[in-house]
Design a protein around this ligand. Structure first.
Ligand code: C5P
Length: 213
């Protein structure tokens, strides 16, 4: 396995932008694990799927991951999911389908296989706790609920952050939690460059080994 920097936290805690910045500074591949769940959520919307059929449905899906210079491209059943990832229907469905163990197993195997070929900065809800519990590089970003709702509203997105947080924190399988050994950063009063600097400073003091070729 190559190096993995795991960045977890609730919705709108700054994970994506910070993770992209860290990946760019280190020359690692940025991976949003949420995009994998959103890709599948879009598929369930597309197929008018009820939750009961999800385990059988997922066995028939093909989720391909293409790594290009621009980052990751996800194709569900051959179709680029990028235009659909932020659709309101998808945001409303994603935390519901992410609670199913069959969905999580499906996503986890794809996330883990990426680390065989690339050093990663991966953000999500269970990256440090479940997907890569063995990585020594774990961070957990948080911010007050008010600040997180304000950030999402500022992006002009329709997103039920509070409801997703509730579902993500209370599900039985891989709930959102602070991974053992994670460095916790409260970003409520920090801007993005300050959070990136805090993480890079920590990594400079505890550097990842040169990743195996
Ligand atoms: O990070 P993002 O907001 O795109 O994640 C969308 C949803 O995907 C989360 O609210 C959560 O339900 C699910 N998710 C997850 N585990 C991850 C990443 C995302 O359950 N590692």
């Amino acid at each position: 396995m190559k190096n993995v920097i795991a960045i977890d936290g609730p919705a709108a805690s700054g994970k994506s932008t910070v993770s992209r910045g860290i990946a760019s500074a280190l020359g690692y591949l940025f991976v949003s694990s949420g995009h994998f769940y959103r890709a599948l959520a879009w598929g369930t919307v597309r197929d008018h799927l009820s939750n009961e059929g999800i385990a059988e449905w997922i066995g028939k899906r093909s989720l391909d991951v293409n790594v290009s210079t621009g980052g990751l491209l996800l194709l569900l059943d051959g179709e680029d999911v990028t235009p659909h990832l932020s659709e309101p229907d998808v945001a409303a469905k994603v935390s519901v389908i992410a609670a199913f163990p069959a969905v999580r197993d499906y996503v986890n195997s794809r996330l883990r296989s990426l680390a065989e070929s690339h050093s990663l900065v991966m953000e999500g809800r269970d990256v440090g706790s479940v997907v890569f519990p063995e990585t020594p590089f774990k961070f957990y970003l948080d911010a007050s609920p008010e600040e997180r709702a304000r950030r999402r509203a500022g992006e002009g997105k329709i997103d039920s952050v509070a409801e997703r947080d509730r579902l993500d924190s209370t599900r039985a399988t891989a709930p959102l939690t602070i991974p053992r050994g994670a460095i916790v950063i409260d970003t409520t009063h920090l801007d993005i460059p300050q959070v990136i600097t805090a993480i890079l400073d920590h990594l400079a003091k505890n550097p990842p080994a040169a990743s195996p070729q």
